[in-house]
Design a protein around this ligand. Structure first.
Ligand SMILES: C[S@@+](CC[C@H](N)C(=O)[O-])C[C@H]1O[C@@H](n2cnc3c(N)ncnc32)[C@H](O)[C@@H]1O
Length: 310
């Protein structure tokens, strides 16, 4: 039987496994998101104050602190934060600190942050995405950057998930026929909520609820909040020709791994062209709060983030 846990409980339950589980799907996504963050913010982050929302065990917080930024990682899952603090102590990174909190009610002052990263599917777990974007806008300085990723309702992987759910879930997405039918009957302009499998180090699975958003709706939330969308980049476009339940595993068979890596190379090309970028399983949004930044906003090399949004 598939048992769904509340989000925070599920991540706290995963805390011992969180950094152990390694798979090609997330390794590709993490590296791609890091590339986007550095292309946007620059490689030397001395003197910047950056918030890492939904920081988990500090994946991005530590990378940013290594580059000189002062980082505050915020997450509601206390056990993951304990790990993040332990890792920062071990690496002697004084610039990385951590606090419990939620994206929808950030425990920081107005206009204090130079940039916000909210990466690694965090946005899909947030209960009230528009409230979170309003908070991001409130705490960013004018001219500050927001880089976050959303899970796309319209990707090849959601197609696999729907097909699997309709015929008894042989691919192991953990969705029932009823859930799929409910999602399919939801108007295409609205988000849907589905169960999502988190694989543990021992191969067992914890299921958690995840929101999938239509790209246009995310764009509308951003515009309503006041953000300028500078670029949208898709991840796992062709990569999702192999269902994610087969690639998100530590013990990936060699033949699937080789095929998947080939598709990932193809994705690097597809992600540069509309409309392919909008077919990514995950969509990264690079946004700015309007206004003049101090220090001056650096010139971004948009060739590295080439799939510009309208
Ligand atoms: C898949 S993990 C990503 C963690 C980290 N960013 C990474 O990439 O390794 C999703 C994180 O979102 C956090 N989260 C869930 N709901 C949240 C909320 N409302 N506000 C902030 N973070 C939240 C979870 O606790 C979890 O740490």
């Amino acid at each position: 039987m598939v048992v769904e846990l509340p989000v925070i409980e599920a991540f706290d339950a995963m805390s011992a496994d969180y950094d152990v589980v390694q798979d090609d799907w997330y390794a590709t996504l993490d590296a791609g998101l890091e590339g986007l963050i550095l292309a946007t913010l620059g490689r030397n982050l001395e003197g910047r104050f950056i918030l890492d929302i939904g920081c988990g065990t500090g994946l991005y917080s530590l990378k940013l602190a290594h580059r000189g930024a002062r980082v505050l990682g915020i997450d509601p899952a206390r056990r993951l934060l304990e790990q993040a603090r332990r890792k920062a102590r071990r690496a002697r990174l004084r610039g990385a600190t951590f606090s419990t909190g939620r994206a929808e009610a950030l425990p920081v002052a107005d206009r204090c942050a130079d940039a916000i990263v909210c990466c690694g599917s965090v946005f899909a777990f947030v209960d009230d995405p528009e409230a979170a974007l309003r908070e991001f806008y409130r705490v960013l300085k004018p001219g500050g950057w927001l880089i976050f990723d959303a899970e796309n309702r319209f990707s090849i992987d959601t197609l696999w998930l729907s097909l699997s759910g309709l015929i008894g879930d042989p691919l192991g997405y953990g969705v029932s026929r009823l859930e799929v039918l409910r999602a399919l009957s939801t108007p295409p302009t609205r988000s849907v909520r589905l169960r999502y499998p988190l694989v543990r180090a021992d191969g067992s699975t914890v299921y958690v609820g995840l929101r999938l958003d239509p790209p246009g709706l995310v764009g509308e939330w951003l515009r309503r909040t006041g953000f300028e969308v500078k670029a949208v980049r898709g991840f796992h476009i062709a990569g999702a020709l192999i269902p994610s339940t087969l690639t998100i595993r530590p013990d990936l068979p060699r033949v699937i791994r080789t095929l998947f890596r080939g598709l990932v190379r193809l994705d690097k090309l597809l992600a540069r062209f509309r409309p392919f970028n909008y077919l990514g399983t995950t969509l990264a949004f690079i946004c700015r709060k309007p206004g003049t930044a101090t220090p001056a906003v650096r010139e971004v090399d948009w060739r590295l983030v080439p799939a510009a949004a309208d």
